[in-house]
Design a protein around this ligand. Structure first.
Ligand code: SF4
Length: 191
């Protein structure tokens, strides 16, 4: 059984796929507990892999993109089965992870790693997208680990003006590699 917080159909509000319709499957629980975390990933219900796939179908119809998020979606034992079942159902699976749990993923799964207190080097290497949270400063300590990535997204914590200004200033000073990533879904009031 999977432990879930919510499943909903919306748009991807942040990162490389901003504006893309997607079904979000928020898995419950996280192996970290960051001070600034504003996500409710508490357990709301249990569902089998098949039940989650059926719910994705019901909400998203033929929407190709499914985002597995959390909490930490890769912390659940059945995460690999869920990924497989969604791929078999014709979905393009995206994962939003803190990058702490080394996991083999099929090549067509899009992995976004947003480092917090630690990152497994294998997940850093596997990441298709890197999102650094800017909270009072750009966390430059992660840059070496992601040195092979041509692009790094800077996401101001809570869309706070002070953090937006810091991220913007940094991106403008390093225009070749850094890009501002805002949580646009919060501006338009969708989940
Ligand atoms: S890793 Fe992400 S979901 Fe987990 S506690 Fe930190 S901010 Fe929240």
């Amino acid at each position: 059984m999977l432990q879930l917080a919510e499943i909903f159909y919306s748009i991807q509000g942040e990162g490389e796929f901003t504006g893309t319709p997607a079904v979000f499957v928020r898995l419950a629980g996280c192996n970290l507990s960051c001070d600034f975390c504003d996500t409710d990933y508490s357990l709301k219900f249990f569902a089998s892999v098949d039940e989650v796939v059926a719910k994705v179908r019901e909400l998203g119809k033929d929407c190709p993109m499914v985002v597995l998020t959390g909490g930490e979606p890769l912390a659940q034992r059945e995460a690999a089965n869920l990924i497989e079942a969604l791929r078999r159902d014709g979905r393009r699976v995206h994962i939003e992870s803190n990058g702490t749990i080394a996991t083999e993923l099929p090549a067509d799964v899009w992995l976004c790693v947003s480092p917090k207190e630690r990152v497994d080097a294998r997940m850093a290497k596997r990441a298709n997208e890197v999102k650094l949270i800017v909270d009072g400063g750009v966390p430059e300590q992660w840059l070496e680990l992601f040195a092979d990535k041509p692009r790094v997204l800077l996401q101001p914590e809570g869309n706070k003006p002070k953090n937006v200004a810091l991220a913007l200033e940094y991106a403008k000073a390093h225009p070749g590699r850094f890009r501002l990533s805002l949580q646009t879904h919060k501006f338009i009031g969708v989940p």
